[in-house]
Design a protein around this ligand. Structure first.
Ligand code: RFL
Ligand code: PHB
Length: 390
């Protein structure tokens, strides 16, 4: 079998890249380790930047996103029993974010791929890229007990942090930068109206909490928890009690509770692998970098990587120019590092670190006061939150 591009992974980055390539008449096969149902069951991101929304529009799949996505002009920071609004729209000259679940976006992209008749192999095991340092790369995989080989021009590693593509690169060719945080996020989904129509990021002596949503009838809440905890050890009642303790009184009173239908713990980590290109293999999204979810940047970074890679591949096929491919890693990493910095900063600003000195704690609290009282500081936050230009 031969394809122009083989994409490994059918998360948002693989699906979006596949759709953009299809629209440009470039033939791409997606190989996905899990089943379609499993991919669709993962509850993750919720906040989309304008650039991400525009990419989904560009592939003609924003119908549901435009109709059901919740446009947010601001976010709130809550601490010392008070709520402070950051007016994203006013501070950025009219920009906003859209709240739309990653699960829904993935479903829309998968449906578009099916309608286009583009092929995805689900439950492809032992996927392995080969020969990407030369002119004739290929990818092998096993499906239904049979080993297959696909020859191609390029391989896109869209297989997330735990994927194979980054690991397939010789260690000496890759540099990694990492920071882990001594806590996680326990998140739940519940069929109850959200506490507020905008997101509330709360910093409390007992730890961080986030009030988010998926729709006017579905809430997504998170609380900072200890690193090694298990989601099952938290009952719904314990979760709701802890969430309320961390919110200002008026917000706590407004929390509507109900049974959770999803409960999971995410570990928090900052990670970057450099470069993002190895010959004819290109890394995209979580395969190359991870940010803590505090800044809502992970999925949006995956989308900007895809944008740069798509432009480069289109240029290659249309003009036989490798300029875009040569520039890909540098362009993507410049934006990635800014989001890594912002996500790290938001994490430090809003969480309680078990080992924080009293001095560090005073500085953190002063910075929170500064960001919520200075227009200049709030504008810098807003500019990053709505998304830096592509
Ligand atoms: P994904 O989504 O991990 O998809 C990778 C796909 O590759 C498959 N795969 C393989 N396939 C074949 N062979 C192999 N060897 C393979 N290994 C893996 C996997 O099965 C999977 O289908 O990566 P991608 O596409 O780069 O997308 C990245 C985003 O999913 C991620 O950055 C975001 O979810 C991060 N994130 C958020 N991002 C935002 O922009 N805004 C948010 O509000 C936001 N909130 C979050 C988040 C992530 C969270 N968690 C769970 C870490 C909130 C949370 C709690
Ligand atoms: C979410 O709705 O899942 C969400 C929102 C904002 C974040 C992280 C996650 O910063």
């Amino acid at each position: 079998m031969r394809r122009q591009v083989v994409i490994i992974g059918s998360g948002p980055s693989g699906l979006l890249l596949g759709q953009l390539l299809h629209g440009a008449g470039i033939d791409a096969l997606i190989l996905e380790r899990s089943s379609k149902e499993h991919v669709l069951s993962r509850v993750r991101a919720g906040v989309l930047e304008k650039g991400t929304v525009e990419l989904v529009r560009a592939v003609g799949l924003a119908g549901r996103l435009d109709a059901q996505g919740l446009k947010h002009d601001g976010i709130e920071f809550a601490f010392d029993d008070r709520r402070h609004r950051i007016d994203l729209h006013a501070l950025t000259g009219g920009k906003r974010v859209v709240v739309y679940g990653q699960t829904e976006l993935t479903a829309d992209l998968m449906a578009g791929r099916e309608v286009a008749g583009a092929e995805t192999v689900y439950e492809a095991v032992d996927v392995m890229p080969h020969g990407f340092d030369g002119e004739a790369p290929c990818v092998s995989y096993v499906h239904g007990g049979t080993t297959h080989r696909v020859d191609c021009d390029f391989i896109a590693g869209c297989d997330g942090y735990h994927g194979i593509t980054r690991r397939a690169v010789p260690e000496r060719a890759i540099a990694t930068f990492e920071r882990s945080y001594p806590f996680g996020w326990l998140g739940i989904l519940a069929e109850v109206p959200p506490v507020s129509h905008e997101l509330i990021y709360a910093s409390h002596p007992r730890g961080f909490a986030l009030c988010s949503m998926r729709s006017p009838m579905r809430s997504r809440y998170y609380i900072q928890c200890e690193g090694g905890e298990k989601a099952e050890s938290w009952s719904d009642q314990q979760f709701w009690d802890e969430l309320r303790r961390r919110l200002p009184a008026d917000a706590a009173e407004a929390v509507k509770t109900g049974p959770s239908f999803e409960k999971s713990i995410a570990v928090l980590r900052s990670f970057v692998a450099e470069p993002m290109r190895f010959g004819r293999l290109f890394l995209c999204g979580d395969a190359a970098h991870i940010v803590p979810p505090t800044g809502a940047k992970g999925l949006n970074l995956a989308a900007s990587d895809v944008h740069y890679l798509f432009e480069a591949l289109r240029e290659f096929y249309a003009e036989r120019s490798t300029a875009g491919l040569d520039a890909y890693s540098g362009r993507a990493l410049a934006r990635v590092w800014k989001a890594v910095r912002f996500s790290w900063w938001m994490t430090l600003l809003l969480h309680r670190f078990p080992d924080a000195t009293p001095f560090a704690e005073k500085l953190r609290s002063a910075e929170l006061g500064y960001v919520t009282s200075s227009q200049h500081a709030a504008a810098a936050l807003a500019e990053n939150y709505v998304g830096l230009p592509l």
